[in-house]
Design a protein around this ligand. Structure first.
Ligand code: HEC
Length: 419
């Protein structure tokens, strides 16, 4: 693959993705804030269509807002809709996911724990976006949807089941991104199917002379509340590439669950701040509790391999995998991101091109040298940025790391590595 066009897609689409996401989520937060701060009509207000008012100081003037019921004869000439921020965020996100992960499915996989092929991994990832939406939407369309608390619990349970499934086959970075992408897809599909869908129906019904019907607003509002609660977890999951300690932890699935629940609780407490005095105290308590739980998971020994089809586990590989995360290797050698340091997936037994133009076989000896005296061989295209680990790791630890890196490449025929 030509690295140049991938780089351009990365820059262009990631920037647009973040920008559109900020605009969309900013809207979601502002509109919910306005809803919560509307002053309901008082006894003096005789206008039956008035739902509330709000005054906001900005830019040297007061925005005097009124929320009101709309009738066929009162449709404003210029009425603003909000949808393109959402669609742009989703479309650019989809291109990024495809270009950075789906073109090479092995960037999704955790080669030490599964033997499924990269192609299957891409199919699983895509199926999560489509199937996840069908499940989530189905739950809320079913009779269960009339009991919001129960439906929310079932939806979250379904999401965490998906996280457990992906946790068995995907590496941590891909797992966090996959769940973030699924939630982002639900949010955009909510806008497309329910929020916009109902607004179209609402406007059509008004234009055809029907009276104002609050049912269109109700469904749209419930879905926009879902989106509102998903914003914090999605932002966290989309930024998670910067938190290798969390995504690369052995217990990354429970950590993800804690983070999602804690951030939804924080959002809820923020929304309750106008009628709940201790909201800020509870936010601190929630964050402290979540941090404490995550701390416990970070120090727990690995859960072992649960999938029946997982590759057999060598104790040295498991120990090496843990070292790789605790000794900061993962911070630079992030799977799927080759800006900082080369990916170590699939390199064992191949020939590496060095900065001085020479080629060298990647074997145990080369790996040992790379860890102890990184400056001895600099990989082509990279800065000599890797610190030496001589004196910081003992011989056994280095052997474990080598065993782990070896396990990231498909096993070769005996002797094939020499060619
Ligand atoms: C500060 C960032 C950083 C850290 C931390 C780091 N590396 Fe590296 N690593 C690099 C860079 C940059 C290169 C490429 C330049 C070079 O060859 O020295 C590299 C190269 C390598 C190579 C050679 C890769 C190849 O394709 O030939 C191996 C193997 C490696 N690192 C293993 C490790 C291990 C194991 C650890 C943890 C003990 C680790 N690295 C920690 C940045 C880092």
């Amino acid at each position: 693959m030509d690295i140049a066009w991938v780089e351009w897609i990365n820059v262009l689409f990631r920037f647009t993705h973040v920008l559109a996401g900020i605009m969309w989520i900013g809207n979601s937060l502002l509109f919910t804030w306005m809803e919560l701060n509307l002053i309901p009509p008082g006894k003096k207000d005789k206008d039956p269509d008035l739902l509330g008012t709000l005054d906001m100081l900005h830019g040297g003037g007061v925005f005097h807002m009124e929320k009101r019921v709309m009738h066929a004869d009162g449709i404003p000439e210029r009425l603003h809709w909000f949808k393109w921020q959402s669609y742009t965020t989703w479309m650019t996100g989809f291109v990024l996911l495809s270009a950075l992960f789906w073109t090479n499915g092995s960037t999704l996989l955790d080669a030490t724990r599964t033997s499924i092929t990269p192609g299957t991994a891409v199919l699983f990832s895509l199926a999560g976006l489509v199937g996840g939406w069908l499940v989530y939407d189905g739950i809320w369309r079913s009779p269960l949807g009339r009991k919001p608390v129960l439906a929310a619990a079932v939806s979250l349970l379904a999401l965490f089941t998906a996280a457990h499934f992906y946790g068995q086959i995907f590496n941590g970075r891909a797992l966090f991104l996959q769940i973030g992408a699924m939630m982002g897809t639900f949010m955009s599909a909510n806008v497309f199917v329910h929020i916009m869908g109902n607004q179209h129906k609402f406007m059509r019904s008004l234009r055809s002379g029907m009276p104002y019907d609050p049912k269109f607003g109700k469904n749209a509002k419930s879905r926009s509340m879902h989106n509102h609660y998903m914003t914090f977890p999605v932002i966290f999951l989309m930024l998670s590439a910067h938190f290798p300690r969390l995504y690369a932890a052995d217990w990354n699935v429970p950590i993800l669950v804690v983070v999602v629940l804690a951030l939804m609780t924080v959002k809820h407490l923020m929304n309750s701040r106008y009628h709940f005095k201790y909201w800020l105290l509870w936010i601190f308590a929630t964050v402290a509790m979540a941090a404490h739980l995550i701390g416990i998971f970070l120090h727990l020994p690995p859960p072992g391999v649960l999938m029946a089809n997982a590759a057999p586990q060598d104790p040295a590989v498991i120990a090496g995998r843990t070292l790789f995360q605790t000794q900061t290797c993962a911070t630079c050698h992030m799977e799927g991101s080759v800006q900082l340091a080369p990916s170590l997936h699939g390199i064992y037994g191949t020939e590496q091109e060095l900065a001085d133009g020479s080629r060298i076989l990647v074997d145990d000896h080369y790996l040992r040298t790379s860890i102890l005296t990184p400056e001895a061989h600099i990989v082509k295209g990279y800065a000599p940025a890797m610190p030496s680990f001589a004196g910081r790791l003992n011989d056994e630890q280095i052997s474990d790391l080598i065993a782990y890196i070896r396990s990231l490449s498909p096993p070769r025929e005996a002797g094939a590595a020499a060619h």
